[in-house]
Design a binder for this molecule. Structure first.
Ligand code: CAA
Length: 378
């Protein structure tokens, strides 16, 4: 395996780093405090080609590889994981699924504007009573002539308000259980769609999360992706890739907190010297560095396997579980190293710790990843 990055991959990483360190940093605290959606930053993501970065240029995307995506996600998440999740959901959960399984008409109509960053997408799988247990979909999609009629509620939907296009899983043939689930492209402005209030979250507070209610929403049959009953397989395959995005988000949160902790430990003096010279602090930093390096290798390996068109579901589950869990550990230690300063907002590490928590929950909890990993053993 070659551990060198290509010139193009390094350019993409540097562009993401510039965006994060020069622009996102300026208002990240205010947006976190007041849950403000990062409208102008999303426009910049589009201008720089980060929305739709992996889509084939034939469909107006950037044609970049998954390794580049991991590098960009890490840099953006170091500073602002809320912006990173907007980018990740649209790229990996929405565009990848449409590009891989949609037909040409669907790609022309929906993938092209998504890839250009003109519109955003959201992925609607979770429900009030179907989170980890994703086969238990209660949202229904009943056939009616040339349409499906959708009824039900989806929960915890990232990008619910800012997206124009939803990818929605719903049950058409309950007697067939998960094999009766379908997946549809639904326009958000369709009559019968209503949003719940903006969720007042612990972290990722400037990303927009709502529940979405469907009441007799008519979706043309041509908006179904794949064969009848393909919806659950679609969701699982799409999440295999989505988890690489969230793993690299968690990696960025961990490495962002680590960099701040090193900087602080080099500046802060106690007992006559900079605290980095105290073994209690130096060993904490050493352990954090090893965890981050392991996590980065797992993320890059999953991305590399995907780019090589080799199976990557197991690698992405390992990357997501490990990286999310160490992000929680690393950010907690970063707060500890900062002492009282770590507990106040200006030093950023408490925000990174709140953001890390969500990476252990969404796009499959750490426990779900362990189900996937352990099942590969039997
Ligand atoms: N690829 C293809 N097919 C897959 C698959 C994969 N990765 N994983 C499972 N399947 C198939 C299985 O082969 C099986 O097919 P057959 O019936 O034909 O044999 C079928 O799907 C059912 O699989 P399981 O029996 O393994 O299903 P299960 O009920 O035991 O659940 C699970 C498995 C891994 C726990 C799954 O339900 C799961 O991933 N749950 C978590 C869902 C999740 O990640 N939700 C996050 C929501 S999205 C989000 O957070 C977005 C956001 O806004 C940020």
């Amino acid at each position: 395996m070659d551990f060198n990055f290509t010139e193009e991959q390094l350019m993409i990483r540097d562009a993401a780093r510039d965006l994060a360190q020069r622009e996102l940093i300026l208002d990240v605290l205010e947006r976190d405090e007041h849950s403000i959606f990062p409208e102008k930053h999303v426009k910049r993501l589009a201008e720089l080609g980060f929305l739709g970065m992996m889509v084939d240029p034939k469909w107006d995307g950037g044609g970049m590889d998954t390794v580049s995506y991991v590098l960009a996600m890490e840099e953006i998440s170091k500073v602002d994981a809320s912006v990173a999740v907007i980018m990740s959901v649209s790229n990996s959960l929405v565009m990848w699924g449409i590009e891989e399984f949609g037909n040409d008409a669907q790609k022309e109509k929906y993938l092209k504007p998504l890839a250009k960053g003109e519109i955003l997408g959201a992925f609607l799988l979770s429900e009030p009573e179907a989170g980890s247990d994703a086969t238990s979909q209660r949202t229904t999609a009943k056939e009616d002539g040339d349409f499906y009629v959708l009824n039900g509620t989806k929960n915890w939907i990232s990008n619910a308000n800012c997206a124009s296009v939803y990818v929605v899983m719903a049950q058409t043939h309950p007697e067939k259980k998960h094999k009766g689930i379908n997946v549809f492209i639904v326009e958000k402005n369709s009559p019968g769609i209503a949003l719940g209030p903006h969720e007042n979250k612990m972290g990722m507070r400037s990303s927009d999360t709502h529940s979405v209610m469907f009441t007799d929403v008519r979706v043309p049959k041509e908006n179904r992706i794949g064969e009848d009953g393909f919806g659950f397989t679609f969701a699982m395959k799409t999440l295999d890739g989505g988890r690489i995005g969230i793993a690299s988000q968690a990696l960025g949160i961990a490495s962002g907190a680590f960099e701040l902790a090193v900087k602080y430990a080099k500046e802060r003096k106690a007992f006559g010297t900079e605290i980095i010279h105290h073994q209690a602090i130096a060993f904490k930093l050493a352990e954090m560095a090893v965890k981050i390096e392991n996590a980065r290798n797992l993320c890059l390996k999953a991305a590399w396997l995907k780019d090589q068109h080799k199976p990557y579901g197991l690698a992405s589950a390992m990357a997501k579980q490990y990286t999310a869990d160490i992000a929680m550990e690393v950010t907690t230690e970063a707060v500890q190293i900062h002492g009282g300063y770590g507990y106040v907002k200006e030093y950023h590490v408490e925000r990174l710790m709140r953001e890390a928590k969500l990476t252990q929950i969404y796009e499959g909890t750490s426990e779900v990843q362990k189900i996937v990993i352990s099942r590969s053993l039997f």
